[in-house]
Design a protein around this ligand. Structure first.
Ligand SMILES: *Cc1c(COP(=O)(O)O)cnc(C)c1O
Length: 813
């Protein structure tokens, strides 16, 4: 596209003139963003076509990653990085008096996900393309992404995220590839030569129109680009439905209603990532994705002119959690009703094609759809689910004739509810958890019966993050320091980051690492100062907890501890404490009352602490609104301490923990999710672990024996902060505002063991402070964290999915 900076400047300026008709000094940042991203998209378009041609010619096996969420964030900077153009473009723009950083700020985040699950999907796409695999994303092009969070008087307010308002430069609408998705209707059965045939009439049809986004792999020294596709589906009305409506004497208003109901399918993302939402519209979204995705996958497969017997050799379909589980009965339907397969052959093909990732063991998050709802929305699919269940239960009864309870527990349809996880397990060849501990809990507890039935199907794939976005793009100075020290092979072999271990006590390296951290902290501080008009002490420890707000993640424990530190400072003004800045970022699901109260509490404490002249030099609290991918990229490189303090057994993996580790933050955490695997490499010297273990927590749940009130009564520090929740004075304005938080601890017996873990948490914080006082030691620990973070690159994760689940190989590598 351009060979050097001068050529870039020339082409860029030509574009400005020809596309905008303005001289360069009159263009806005928005103009520059648009011109630049359009240039790159058009350039990528040619390479994209080349990758597609190559994939067709080689008949490579293709993976399709189906997910209701892709939390991709911004693309400009990352695409430049992966295309190998970042430095050239940055310097070229600088020559023209334009800051690339400011231009990047013009891009709206593509916030098509809630948190970890959606971000994982985005990291996986980046690794698939960068490693040269033929692996594509399949999702929904929500018109509104995850809501925008504003804090008003300390409370969360949700605003619609109108991310498409200025257009999304990276997508290409492919109206020629649209497919029809059918809802409702009646199933008709017909017998011919002793065979049953099924068809559905009087259904409601909608168009699924794909919008393709190029997923550009990291080029590095490869001769060619590898560009996969993220295909996002948008729902549009079918005009034919209007004609049919008119022909049947329907009125104009019925048609308008139809239009509106169609558009609602891809209108918005459900803003809750931990409570299953049993709404009809959500079920429609799920089937819409599965039906459209499968039609387009099979259309591509049909070009190979192969029998469907070979489908599992050519195609792998992966479902991200149970949300796209309907792809299993839908594939059965197509194979039987449209391709003429009998049950057993269709079932064999389906199971060998589909694989499933479990993301949670929280029972409130497990999807259970009322059978009636599925029956009405997709009657033929329901018949197939029912038959899958009948056959599955019969098999179980043969296997466990004396154990009817086990059969009842494992049934797919039970009590008129369809258990999606059971359907996903029965209909796929691989079920994976997302961290070693999580997979063990699945095998030994939550899904033990299924593990005993299909031990070979269960496996672990510890999550990962793309080091290209989370280290190279978010923290370019650290990236340069690493490459200057050990060369740049680590970029394509992230496990070679261990090479920096030999510099962990090197004074020059330490000094540079410290200067980079300091610079990143100043950068974040100016963001905070600009946005909120408050001063940030960049000499303080930046202690960061950024993630969705949920009781099990225990932001509440963190803020209770801050209240305790405040009380301590107030009662001992001379208390020698290393200054601390606690930084929070978290969105609460709009209907999650306790989570919203926690946000209010954090803001209330922040308001008191930051304005109290007695403590404000030592203790500060900031709640940064609208936590999102782009905000994460600002916060994470500036963090000294990473808070990963979930109740053990509750956090399946976590990925925020990995991002912070990779950027040199030290973790204070529980033995939960992937923290356990971080600890295996880092040990006590480089990580601050505290609290109950998963086994202890699960034992309490099972056998009882925990009494929160005993702890409240015996620990005066705890009693003081808990009472402060409902006593007007230090923090609360009145006695009721935080009453439900208060009652969750005492009347609710502290379901998440905050009081139980408080003491060891506080003790770990004392250790952090002591450790920070010795800067040389601290830097050594920080370097150890960075050095061992290579294991948590999603390149490692995707390599394991590719070889152990999908059986795919990189193309041309
Ligand atoms: C990584 C990430 C998450 C997940 O964070 P956890 O700490 O693993 O829960 C959530 N939201 C955003 C924007 C992220 O980038």
């Amino acid at each position: 596209m351009f060979k050097n900076k001068e050529e870039f400047k020339q082409i860029f300026q030509n574009n400005v003139v020809s596309k905008l008709g303005k001289p360069l000094d009159e263009v806005s940042n928005e103009d520059v963003y648009t011109i630049l991203s359009r240039m790159l998209r058009e350039f990528a378009g040619r390479e994209w076509a080349a990758t597609n041609r190559e994939l067709r010619q080689d008949q490579e096996k293709q993976v399709y990653y189906l997910s209701l969420e892709f939390l991709i964030g911004r693309l400009l900077g990352n695409n430049l990085l992966n295309m190998g153009m970042l430095k050239t473009v940055k310097e070229g723009l600088e020559d023209l008096g334009i800051s690339l950083g400011e231009i990047e700020e013009e891009e709206a985040d593509a916030g098509l996900g809630n948190g970890g699950l959606g971000r994982l999907a985005a990291c996986f796409l980046d690794s698939l393309a960068s490693l040269g695999y033929a692996g594509h994303g399949c999702g929904i092009r929500y018109q509104y992404g995850l809501f925008e969070q504003k804090i008003v008087d300390g409370n969360q307010v949700e605003l619609p995220d109108d991310w498409l308002q200025k257009g999304f430069e990276w997508e290409v609408r492919r109206a020629d590839r649209k497919v029809e998705v059918r809802f409702g209707g009646q199933v008709e059965t017909r017998e011919e030569d002793g065979e049953l045939y099924f068809s559905t009439r009087d259904y409601e049809a909608v168009w699924a129109v794909p919008y393709d986004v190029p997923v550009i792999g990291y080029k590095g020294s490869n001769p060619d680009y590898h560009i996969n596709t993220l295909r996002l589906w948008s729902a549009e009305p079918v005009r034919e439905m209007a004609n049919r409506n008119m022909a049947s004497g329907g009125n104009y208003y019925n048609y308008l209603n139809y239009n509106r109901s169609v558009e609602s399918i891809s209108e918005f993302l459900y803003p809750d990532d931990s409570h299953y939402e049993g709404r009809l519209l959500r079920l429609k979204q799920q089937y819409f994705l599965c039906s459209a995705g499968l039609q387009s996958i099979l259309r591509t497969y049909d070009k190979l002119n192969l029998s469907y017997d070979h489908l599992p050799d050519q195609i792998a379909i992966h479902i991200n959690d149970t949300h796209p589980t309907l792809v299993i009965p839908e594939l059965m339907r197509i194979l039987m009703d449209e391709k003429g397969y009998g049950w057993d052959a269709a079932w064999d093909i389906t199971c060998r094609t589909v694989s499933y990732t479990n993301h949670t063991i929280l029972s409130e998050a497990l999807e259970r759809w009322p059978a009636q709802m599925i029956r009405e929305l997709m009657p033929r699919v329901y018949m197939i689910i029912d038959e899958i269940n009948t056959r599955f239960c019969k098999m179980l009864m043969d296997k466990y004739p004396d154990d009817p309870d086990r059969v009842a527990h494992m049934a797919i349809v039970y009590d008129d509810q369809v258990k999606m996880a059971h359907l996903a397990i029965a209909g796929s060849h691989s079920i994976n958890g997302v961290a070693a501990l999580h997979t063990d809990i699945l095998k030994e507890r939550e899904m033990r019966n299924f593990y005993e039935l299909y031990p070979q199907r269960f496996n672990n794939k510890t999550n990962g993050i793309t080091h290209r976005r989370w280290l190279m793009h978010a923290n370019p100075e650290l990236c340069d320091l690493i490459s200057d020290s050990i060369g740049s092979r680590w970029i394509t072999h992230p496990q070679e980051l261990v090479g920096i271990l030999k510099y962990s006590e090197d004074a020059a390296f330490q000094e540079k690492a410290a200067a980079i951290k300091q610079h990143n902290k100043q950068h974040l501080a100016s963001y905070i100062e600009q946005k909120y008009g408050t001063v940030v002490n960049t000499e303080s420890i930046f202690d960061v907890q950024v993630k969705r707000l949920h009781a099990y993640k225990r932001q509440f424990l963190n803020i209770l501890h801050v209240m305790y530190l405040y009380n301590q400072l107030k009662s001992m003004p001379s208390h020698d404490m290393v200054p601390r800045t606690f930084i929070f970022g978290a969105k609460a699901a709009p209907g999650y009352y306790l989570a919203k109260s926690t946000i209010k509490l954090i803001n209330t404490v922040a308001n008191v602490v930051n304005n109290d002249p007695d403590v404000k030099d030592k203790l500060n609290v900031f709640f940064l609104e609208n936590y999102s991918v782009s905000l994460a990229e600002k916060i994470i490189p500036a963090a000294d301490v990473s808070e990963q303090i979930s109740t053990a057994s509750k956090e399946a993996s976590g990925t925020g923990n990995m991002k912070l580790m990779m950027n040199g933050a030290l973790t204070i955490g529980t033995m939960d999710g992937a923290n356990v695997e971080m600890y295996e490499m880092l040990g006590d010297a480089n990580m601050f672990m505290f609290g109950l273990t998963a086994d202890q927590v699960m034992n309490y749940y099972q056998h009882g024996g925990y009494n929160a009130r005993d702890i409240y009564n015996s620990d005066p520090r705890i009693k003081e902060v808990v009472d402060q929740l409902v006593t007007p004075g230090a923090f609360a304005q009145n006695s009721y505002e935080f009453d439900s938080l208060y009652r969750s601890l005492l009347d609710g017996n502290d379901e998440y063991f905050m009081l139980k873990d408080f003491d060891s948490y506080a003790e770990s914080h004392v250790q952090i402070e002591a450790a920070y006082r010795n800067q040389k030691d601290w830097l050594k620990r920080s370097i150890h964290n960075i050095a061992h973070s290579g294991k948590f690159s999603s390149d490692r994760t995707i390599g394991q999915y590719a070889s152990e689940i999908w059986k795919i190989h990189p193309v041309n590598k």
